[in-house]
Design a protein around this ligand. Structure first.
Ligand SMILES: *[C@@H]1O[C@H](CO)[C@@H](O)[C@H](O)[C@H]1NC(C)=O
Length: 676
């Protein structure tokens, strides 16, 4: 649909494209001719340059796929595109907001020495997942208008690839190339007078440790920069996020972005633009969905200067994490004699507001009652009213100057048992001659759920605190490793296997469903917490709903209520086999697999082999028998020891009595298991 400009050896500028009758505006660059057609820039180049590259256009590392209009093309990438400043979003399929050459390196098609690649545009995705691959850290993005894939440059027969590329023009104000936009926020131009520099968590994580300290952290995000924010000079030695603009003079580059034209912001799809308003638009980094609380030391002993460093540390974290309702949320509790919530999880739901609020915190003074603060966080801070989302791991990061003035072990244990992951950062620990004053020796080890160093940091000096930011954020965002937040109520895939045989009868079947609902109610239900599935069986089996069908408690309870009574025979063995295949095969590896089978009679088929298969597959099986159910059979079905996993009640109306015992057994067993 687009006609491309052909190179002309004698003229630098010429119009050779007719684009929907729009009036061409012509301008000429020094190296190539640039033709701007009201939104479309066609770059041409000298024939000599084409010959040099055998008609394969060359681009710089920083060129984003979205800038190029051609749906499919071969380009040559220069060497050096592995640099983190060439931002890449996605894995395999990349948002067209990514550097073409950077994505090629990430996908393994290209190495850092450059070369030719084949690029094909594909449809926009509703989500892009970042990953580390071939030396490139790609970022996540929730959605983008267009994507592309990269493959080796093997021209397909019959396809002519463009010898020049068509670029979309951009009209946005100045923005520097060579910086990655924050993962969830759609970039918009910085407010006048700010030296806003976005930074993403992954960028920070990709930076060498020595560079991550608050002296070098890029300052406010552009998407939250307000017109009233004052300019903040970049400190000397600031890491240059702007190296990418050297492209003007890169030798051999056939195409130059027109000077003064924005590379980063030029390609912002309309739908993204329309979501921008004065409100920040970030939904937060979904790869770091945690409910975070920072317990900061406001005791008198810490002093003004160190309190200030602590605040700066928090502010840097608030800024670096992409805070938002679909990502991390963060609240702060300051402790002294008593703890006080500075703000809860939902007070400030974006990085900039949070950072501003942190800067306004004033020191409370008093003792350093950390244990009391941890109890407070368990009881109060992580309540639903304070914004606890339920589906996100709870993390408490405790900063301690020196040592606490009370004990932390018991309070921490209770916190952990309620599902809170506790991280301890101890700064300027007691020196040898001070150890006698420490009330609880090795308090940090007593507070955390594992003493392998994952949950604790020991920082010799407040000046070195910022160095913990990078590893701390990596750990708190690594939700799979936050084992302390796994409880018996939020960690399972529970499959109910319900006998729908004729002997049960309609009324009793309702009671059975009530029982299933009552058991389900006890658990924390969400995609990331406990999930529920159900199978009904007679001679036959049917999947009522799988684990991924519903992700909220009300939906689950409704679905249970809607299960229709089937009526028929009783093939319990076949039903167990079916549940393994249809339900538990789709369980996630990190979930505990619980099968709860309810039957009112002896099975027509043999249950031994299917039951053994369930046990071998790690499916913890509870057998609940009513009325005519055979106890010996229940014991075969149940996981060993059978007395903890099989229950018998003489009539359906007594089923409700076993609910608390079943839950208790599930939790007792969970707690008895070694956890990480
Ligand atoms: C389910 O819970 C309700 C409300 O607590 C109770 O009235 C009912 O007896 C229970 N039924 C069963 C079968 O557990």
């Amino acid at each position: 649909m687009w006609q491309l400009a052909h190179a002309n050896p004698t003229h630098r500028c010429r119009v050779s494209a007719q684009i929907h009758g729009r009036i061409p505006v012509i301008s000429c660059g020094t190296k190539g001719a640039i033709l701007i057609f009201m939104g479309i820039v066609v770059l041409t180049m000298k024939a000599s340059v084409i010959e040099m590259f055998l008609a394969v256009p060359q681009i710089n590392c920083d060129v984003k796929a979205g800038k190029i209009i051609n749906p499919e093309f071969i380009v040559k990438c220069p060497a050096g595109c592995q640099d983190p400043k060439y931002c890449v979003y996605g894995t395999g399929v990349y948002a067209s907001y990514s550097s073409v050459c950077g994505a090629a390196v990430h996908s393994g098609v290209l190495d850092n020495s450059g070369g030719k690649i084949l690029v094909r545009k594909v449809a926009g995705q509703s989500g892009y997942k970042g990953s580390f691959s071939n030396g490139v850290q790609s970022l996540s993005l929730p959605r983008w208008r267009e994507s592309f894939i990269v493959s080796e440059s093997k021209p397909q027969k019959g396809v002519t690839y463009p010898s020049t590329l068509t670029y979309s023009s951009s009209k946005s104000p100045d923005a520097k190339a060579g910086k990655c936009e924050t993962t969830k926020a759609y970039p918009r131009p910085s407010a006048p007078g700010t030296t806003a520099q976005p930074v993403t968590l992954m960028q920070v994580l990709a930076m060498p440790a020595a560079e991550v300290n608050h002296a070098t952290l890029p300052k406010p995000f552009p998407f939250v920069a307000s017109a009233t924010s004052s300019p903040r000079p970049q400190p000397l030695g600031h890491r240059s996020w702007e190296m990418g603009i050297q492209k003007q003079d890169s030798p051999g580059a056939a195409f130059q972005e027109p000077m003064g034209t924005d590379v980063s912001f030029g390609f912002i799809p309309k739908e993204e633009l329309s979501t921008q308003s004065s409100e920040p638009v970030s939904q937060g980094d979904p790869n770091c969905k945690v409910d975070l609380s920072f317990l900061i030391d406001g005791s008198s002993g810490i002093g003004k200067r160190r309190f200030q460093i602590q605040k700066q540390f928090l502010a840097d974290i608030a800024q670096t994490l992409d805070i938002g309702p679909a990502g991390p949320l963060m609240g702060v509790v300051q402790y002294g004699d008593n703890p006080a919530t500075q703000f809860n999880l939902k007070t400030h739901m974006n990085s900039q507001d949070l950072k501003t609020a942190i800067e306004k915190i004033t020191q409370r003074g008093g003792l350093s009652n950390v244990g009391r603060a941890i109890s407070f966080v368990t009881k109060t801070f992580f309540s639903k009213a304070n914004g606890n989302r339920g589906g996100a791991p709870n993390v408490a990061v405790v900063l301690v100057d020196g040592w606490p003035t009370d004990k932390v072990e018991e309070a921490s244990r209770l916190a952990r048992e309620s599902g809170i992951n506790i991280f301890f950062i101890t700064v300027e620990a007691a020196a040898e001659n001070e150890k006698q004053h420490v009330m609880e020796p090795s308090f940090a080890n007593k507070a955390v759920c594992r003493t392998n160093g994952f949950y604790s940091f020991n920082v010799p000096s407040w000046l070195g605190l910022s160095k913990t930011m990078q590893p701390l954020m990596k750990r708190v965002c690594d939700t799979d490793r936050l084992a302390c937040s796994k409880t018996c109520l939020n960690s399972a895939d529970i499959g109910f296997v319900i006998d729908g045989s004729s002997s049960v009868g309609t009324g009793n079947f309702r009671t059975v469903l009530q029982f299933v609902a009552n058991l389900s109610k006890e658990f924390e239900i969400s995609d990331t917490d406990t999930r529920i599935g159900a199978v009904q069986y007679t001679y036959e089996q049917r999947l009522e709903f799988g684990f991924d069908k519903y992700s909220t408690k009300p939906d689950i309870l409704n679905a249970i209520k809607r299960v229709g009574y089937w009526s028929g025979g009783t093939s319990t063995g076949a039903a167990i086999h079916y549940a393994l295949e249809q339900l538990f095969k789709k369980s996630k590896p990190n979930k505990r697999k619980l099968m709860i089978l309810i039957t009112d009679g002896r099975s027509y088929d043999d249950v031994r082999i299917p039951a053994m298969a369930a046990h071998q597959k790690g499916v913890i099986t509870y057998a609940i028998g009513v009325a005519w159910a055979a106890q010996d059979e229940l014991e075969i079905i149940a996981t060993h020891p059978a007395r903890d996993h099989s229950f018998f009640v003489d009539e359906f109306d007594n089923l409700y009595k076993s609910v608390p015992r079943i839950i208790q057994n599930i939790c007792t067993e969970f707690n008895a298991q070694p956890r990480n």
